[in-house]
Design a protein around this ligand. Structure first.
Ligand SMILES: [Zn+2]
Length: 138
């Protein structure tokens, strides 16, 4: 629940993404890893985008990352976010891993810039967000 008592929209959970979504409910970032080529991928999918193998398993990532680029969303498309603008939506390069789009929580959005080091929100704080959410490393 947010300050305005709106539920955040949640991802549709299916056979492909359930391990990812359920891990984040515990504050863990879980990525697919290919058994054939060894590369980690994001987002969850049935085939490795690098070698087309279906031999995909799961691995945990520590969430250390670098902000590549971002947008400040001033007019969110869901009421749950209205009182939280600007929303920081960022392209994030996971350390030794793939890139992903994710939300960054920062009290002062003027501090956000490309190259900023990021980490996952701590599990207790992060659980309120339905998808992996990051914060600047201070
Ligand atoms: Zn592969």
């Amino acid at each position: 629940m947010t300050h305005n008592d709106q539920q955040y929209p949640t991802p549709r959970v299916d056979q492909i993404n359930s391990a990812f979504v359920e891990a984040w409910a515990e504050g863990v970032l879980r990525l697919q890893v290919c058994g054939a080529c060894g590369q980690e991928t994001f987002y969850p999918r049935p085939l490795c985008p690098h070698c087309w193998s279906s031999d995909l398993g799961w691995t945990e990532h520590d969430g250390k990352a670098t902000l590549v680029s971002y947008s400040l969303v001033m007019r969110p498309n869901h009421p749950a976010f209205f009182e939280e603008t600007p929303i920081i939506l960022a392209e994030i390069a996971l350390r030794d891993g793939p890139t992903m789009l994710a939300r960054v929580i920062c009290d002062d959005p003027t501090q956000i810039r490309s190259g900023l080091l990021l980490e996952l929100l701590p599990a207790e704080e992060g659980k309120k967000y339905p998808l992996p959410t990051f914060r600047p490393v201070l």
